[in-house]
Design a binder for this molecule. Structure first.
Ligand SMILES: Nc1nc2c(ncn2[C@@H]2O[C@H](COP(=O)(O)OP(=O)(O)OP(=O)(O)O)[C@@H](O)[C@H]2O)c(=O)[nH]1
Ligand SMILES: [Mg+2]
Length: 178
């Protein structure tokens, strides 16, 4: 019997792995809205999300989680606020191998924090070559007024994505309890 039905949002930069993360953990076949990527200056990938991705996972017997993926491209920012309505929180994924990951983190973080302050951050693509060090995220975290969890993950690995989801739910439960 399902007692709780949560909604969580995956946000963040193009190619960071939002669609991959939802596909990796969803129990149902994911409803996706991918189209051919015309914005190849932002990212070289062939397909990009242009609407909403939707998946579902049941955690234990009684918690069903709706997984909502946003399109990374900023031209779809009107969809972001609609998706965030009624959500428990937001997982922000950032591609570490991008040119300016901290700039991207700041942009998505400030936008999505306005809609929901329960945020968990996943840094992806650590296996790829880049001049960036991972210390930049510690420096970023130290600049924030409160603690936001930051994890280094691979969006293709189920346990990595589950860690983000479970942390987001645990933090929401702490906020409700206070
Ligand atoms: N090498 C590597 N590839 C990853 C990692 N995480 C995700 N990917 C891959 O990165 C590619 C892009 O991921 P998507 O899930 O399409 O990215 P997205 O965030 O949905 O991007 P948009 O919909 O365009 O905003 C996919 O082929 C993923 O399998 C990672 O940690 N390392
Ligand atoms: Mg996508």
């Amino acid at each position: 019997m399902i007692l709780q039905h949560y909604k969580i949002v995956f946000a963040g930069s193009m190619g960071a792995g939002k669609s991959a993360a939802i596909n990796t953990i969803s129990d149902i076949s994911v409803l996706s809205t991918e189209a051919v990527n015309t914005d190849t200056t932002s990212h070289q990938k062939v397909l990009t999300t242009v609407g909403i991705d939707y998946g579902e996972i049941t955690l234990e017997e009684d918690i069903k989680v709706g997984l909502y993926g946003t399109p990374g491209q900023e031209r779809f920012d009107f969809i972001w606020s609609a998706i965030c309505k009624g959500a428990l929180g937001t997982i922000i994924l950032i591609d570490h191998s991008a040119e300016h990951p901290i700039q991207q983190l700041n942009e998505y973080f400030s936008t999505f924090k306005e809609m929901n302050d329960n945020i968990v951050i996943g840094i992806t693509h650590l296996d790829q070559k880049t001049k960036n060090t991972t210390l930049i995220y510690r420096e970023w975290a130290e600049l924030q007024s409160k603690t936001y969890p930051v994890f280094f993950i691979d969006a293709r690995i189920k346990n990595d994505v589950l860690l983000l989801v479970e942390t987001l739910i645990a933090n929401a439960e702490i906020q409700i309890a206070h």
